[in-house]
Design a protein around this ligand. Structure first.
Ligand code: ADP
Ligand code: ZN
Ligand code: ZN
Length: 744
């Protein structure tokens, strides 16, 4: 070989700007002086387009051959991004784009915080928070004269979390003078160049030693250490000591010199859990969606340098620049909040699987009620199944009572409470114990059912609940668009007690207040917990017995420890059973199970009352004995019969426009093009549903139409769909997104 002929070095880059035409990689030649500097994760300045205007770009790879036989331009410069970008982060961007049909630009915005997506020196900011001098806002306010409106406003708006000072001043129109006065009174803290998570207390608390493991926990860990698989599903009932098991696994990874990532649903990232982790490991980085830019910056740096050994976080923690990840734990892995609700609409389990393969890290999913999909993969051997079937110290599980509301009606009780539920609550209140009322997760669906026999209207082909649309006075299936008139009499028993049931939550609340006039009631739902501060305040108040009854939506069933709760009432389990999508049974089971787990945390026992018009439904039958496996066995039959996930992938394509016709036509055009494109492959393994309105079909002044495509694992037409989808949104210039395997 001739030594003097040097191969040219080429960089493959993604331009750091939005635009459909930019949604691909471009190759540039590196002049000799840059060739040595280039590597994936650095950035480049490249001439682009006719004008050759210089643009910033991410280097995805450095290679020796160009993509095509075309004349390449030369890169103008190579530079370090403001913060390190890792190979894993770049690969994750590619994965997101590939898997969830998003653009590079969306993927980069999702994975990299703003401060890492630009050139230049590290930038520090000043951040502001309450000083921590007092516990309550009232105390803070008592230090300020009543006419100092601006100061009072600032205190009202501040929390324990740090936020950007300049932004805070600008948005709320607060002057530097006001800030100065608050600082003089020691009511606020300003931070420069340094970011603490004061909300969860400072780092480096005294370490606590590990618990002595139970035999079951020991066995599970032995199986874990001796298994040649890297992916695990830990199925353990509530209170079985799963957390203790994760902590041991995490310690093992740290002992091997690796980093650990412990994911929790956003809502479960309470001071309580963070405290528990910090007690064990002395320090951990905490990532959640309300971090200020400064805090995010601080944690990003600590994770990239390897200083943070343990990261505890919500789903976005997946995207941090770990040096060497040894384990990813996904606790409460069935939670819906693991699915992103903005583009790219990724599934954290899939991303975690991808990362575990990339890093060679262990992946541990854990839940008392894993997704049917996850359990199926464990049964099939993709994951190793680990089990903790008993509660720690064999504490009793609360008793689940199923109340047949049809009988209540028969005996003349028309209220939303069965007499048993009412008695239980009264008993608890008399004994100075607490109760939780659990309402359905969302109240906006209206389904039709018979109060006499429990019959509910479902789609004949999709077997999902139909919902009532008052504008057209029809029942509709949101998968296939099937429509039906409202019946006046029950098709099953002929009774005229057929009702539509929907937003009943306010009614239920006022009934509770009427029934128990002396009880102190607090409510926890989306409206009352818009800030993290409010959320913690409600849970603290309830924990400290400042209220007797907590009424809430799905939020209250998450992993809180409320030791005084001895009664949990699920007011109407049917609301969850009749959600208009294919996951409704699973969700109903999960919610009832998790709700029951809130009961008798300290002493064991307690009463769970589940009211229903369908006591024979398999969800209700198996929840009574906390029997996940039997539930799984019934549910998997239903999924198989209709080829729903895990026997297929369900892709939902959503099209948005201010003009209803345009949204509708685009959905039809998409479905039609797809049908034509896959003509050759068409078979029963692929189903393209008729375009339909999703349940929520009008958001932010835009109409929505969607198309659901069901493909089997063998007949995955992902690439075809992606091409057709991208063509249509580009051609029609329409807002759209794709979401996999989630409800409509
Ligand atoms: P899960 O995560 O499965 O719901 P936890 O890990 O929270 O269960 O354990 C339930 C309770 O039991 C916690 O209060 C925990 O501190 C305690 N616990 C767990 N394992 C042990 C152990 N080996 N020894 C003593 N207490 C334990
Ligand atoms: Zn009936
Ligand atoms: Zn249908």
């Amino acid at each position: 070989m001739n030594e003097t002929v040097k191969k040219e070095k080429i960089v493959e880059v993604v331009i750091n700007e939005k635009g459909t035409a930019l949604d691909r990689t471009f190759d540039y030649i590196l002049p000799a002086e840059l060739a040595l500097k280039a590597s994936a994760g650095k950035m480049a300045l490249v001439p682009f387009g006719k004008s050759n205007k210089k643009r910033e770009a991410f280097i995805m790879s450095v290679k020796n051959d160009a993509q095509k036989d075309i004349v390449l331009k030369e890169a103008a410069d190579i530079f370090e991004p403001a913060m390190p970008i890792t190979y894993a982060q770049l690969k994750t961007c590619e994965f997101l784009r590939e898997e969830y049909f998003c653009t590079y630009s969306d993927a980069f915005s999702c994975v990299l915080p703003k401060f890492a997506r630009k050139k230049g020196k590290e930038q520090y900011k000043t951040t502001i928070s309450l000083s921590g001098k007092y516990k309550t806002k009232e105390e803070y306010l008592s230090d300020i004269k009543s006419n100092a409106r601006s100061q009072r406003l600032a205190i009202e708006l501040l929390g324990k979390d740090f936020q950007d000072l300049n932004e805070f001043k600008r948005i709320n129109n607060i002057s530097g003078d006001t800030i100065k006065k608050l600082q003089e009174k020691n009511l606020i803290t300003l931070n420069k160049n340094e970011f603490y998570e004061t909300h969860y207390g400072k780092n480096n608390i005294e370490k606590q030693s590990a618990n002595i493991l139970s035999d079951e926990q020991r066995n599970v860990l032995d199986e874990y250490y001796n298994c040649d698989k890297d992916k695990f599903l830990l199925h353990g009932i509530t209170g079985s000591g799963k957390t203790e098991v994760y902590l041991n696994m995490i310690q093992d990874a740290i002992d091997k010199g690796k980093q650990a990532l412990y994911l929790l649903p956003e809502i479960a990232l309470t001071a309580q859990t963070v405290g528990r982790i910090k007690e064990r490991f002395g320090d951990c980085a905490v990532i959640h969606s309300r971090l200020s830019e400064g805090e995010r910056y601080y944690q990003y740096k600590r994770i990239a340098s390897g200083e943070a050994k343990v990261t505890l976080g919500a789903r976005s923690a997946l995207f941090y620049p770990y040096k060497d990840l040894g384990i990813i734990v996904l606790d409460e892995c069935h939670e819906e909040s693991y699915k992103s609700t903005s583009s790219p609409r990724y599934d954290s389990i899939e991303v975690a699987e991808f990362l575990s393969e990339l890093y060679g890290a262990k992946l541990v999913l854990g839940s008392a009620t894993p997704l049917i999909e996850s359990y199926y993969y464990a049964v099939c051997g993709k994951y190793k199944l680990l089990k903790l079937p008993n509660r720690i110290f064999n504490r009793a599980l609360p008793n689940i009572n199923i109340i047949d509301m049809r009988q209540e009606l028969k005996s003349g009780n028309r209220s939303v409470f069965s007499s048993i539920l009412e008695n239980c609550i009264q008993n608890a209140l008399d004994k100075s114990e607490q109760a939780i009322f659990f309402l359905n997760r969302r109240g906006m669906y209206t389904y039709v059912f018979c109060r006499k026999c429990g019959y509910s209207e479902r789609c004949p082909s999709c077997d999902v609940a139909l919902t009532y649309h008052s504008d057209v006075k029809k029942l509709m299936c949101h998968y296939c668009g099937y429509e039906k008139d409202l019946e006046t009499h029950c098709p099953e028993c002929g009774s005229d007690k057929i009702r539509h049931m929907g937003t009943g939550t306010q009614k239920i609340e006022s009934e509770i207040a009427n029934k128990f006039p002396y009880a102190r009631i607090i409510r926890m739902d989306k409206d009352t917990t818009t800030t993290k501060y409010a959320f913690d305040e409600i849970t603290d108040n309830f924990k400290n017995h400042k209220a007797d009854i907590l009424i809430g939506t799905q939020m209250v069933v998450k992993g809180f420890d409320f030791p005084l709760v001895s009664v949990v009432g699920v007011v109407l389990a049917d609301m969850a059973l009749n959600m208009p999508d294919i996951y409704s049974s699973f969700r109903a089971f999960c919610l009832a199970y998790q709700a029951a787990g809130r009961c008798g945390r300290e002493k064991g026992g307690g009463d769970v009352i589940i009211q229903t018009y369908s006591p024979d439904h398999y969800v209700i039958k198996h929840i009574k004995n906390y029997d996940y496996e039997s539930f799984y066995n019934d549910e998997i039959k239903y999924r198989k019969k209709l080829s729903y996930p895990p026997f297929s992938q369900m892709y939902g394509f959503y099209f948005f426009d201010e003009n209803e016709e345009k949204a509708k036509n685009t959905a039809y055009e998409f479905a039609q093009s797809l049908i034509e494109k896959i003509k050759d492959e068409q078979c029963r393994l692929i189903k393209i549903y008729r375009p339909a309105k999703p349940e929520v079909s009008y958001i932010n002044s835009k109409y929505i139409f969607h198309v659901i495509v069901k493909t089997s694992a063998e007949k995955n037409i992902k690439n075809t769909m992606k091409i057709v989808y991208n063509n249509i949104i580009h051609k029609n210039n329409i807002i759209a997104y794709m979401q996999k395997n989630s409800g409509v």
